[in-house]
Design a protein around this ligand. Sequence first.
Ligand code: MG
Length: 203
Amino acid sequence: MKIICVGRNYAEHAKELNNDVPTSPVIFMKPKSALLLPEKPLYYPEFTDDLQYECELVVRINKNGKFIQEKFAKKYYSEVSLGIDFTARDLQRDLQKKGLPWEIAKAFDGSAAVGNFVNLTPEMEIQKMNFQLKLNDETVQDGKTSDMIFHVDKIIAYVSRFFTLNIGDLVFTGTPSGVGPVNGGDKLEGYLEGNKVLTVEVK
Ligand code: MG
């Protein structure tokens, strides 16, 4: 499986990191070794002094596909959850300044935390969901999927032009504003439509 991520998919978040709002999706990937399964702790990596959380809606691909048309993209997923795109912001800033790839800042072990997946029911509209991230019981991110610049179906269509999508692949769809640092001992909890689906402790 692979983990496909979208950067800068919420205008307010692009602004908070002083990035331009993109005109086509910004895509990067994380390897399978980045996956942090539900309830597993993240050990603070030794190579960063600025580990940050980015809470995101995550879509699990349930059908293989290539060159998927946007109007058929909904047939390729049926479950969603929340995830945290953990980022070594200090490394990312240095790499960005030099115009270099982000992998060591974004794709390290444990950098793709996922929660428990929930089935999308016919009455749940993927672009009308809300989600929150709490850091030590305080809400630090409050997102609405309606604010995505590129909607999920558009992302799937775009990504599948370049990469075959396979069953089990995960798509991290970008973070809303409110990203920030974590420290050892912190507890992160993600709520999707009011239900807790994600817990990560930083050790
Ligand atoms: Mg992100």
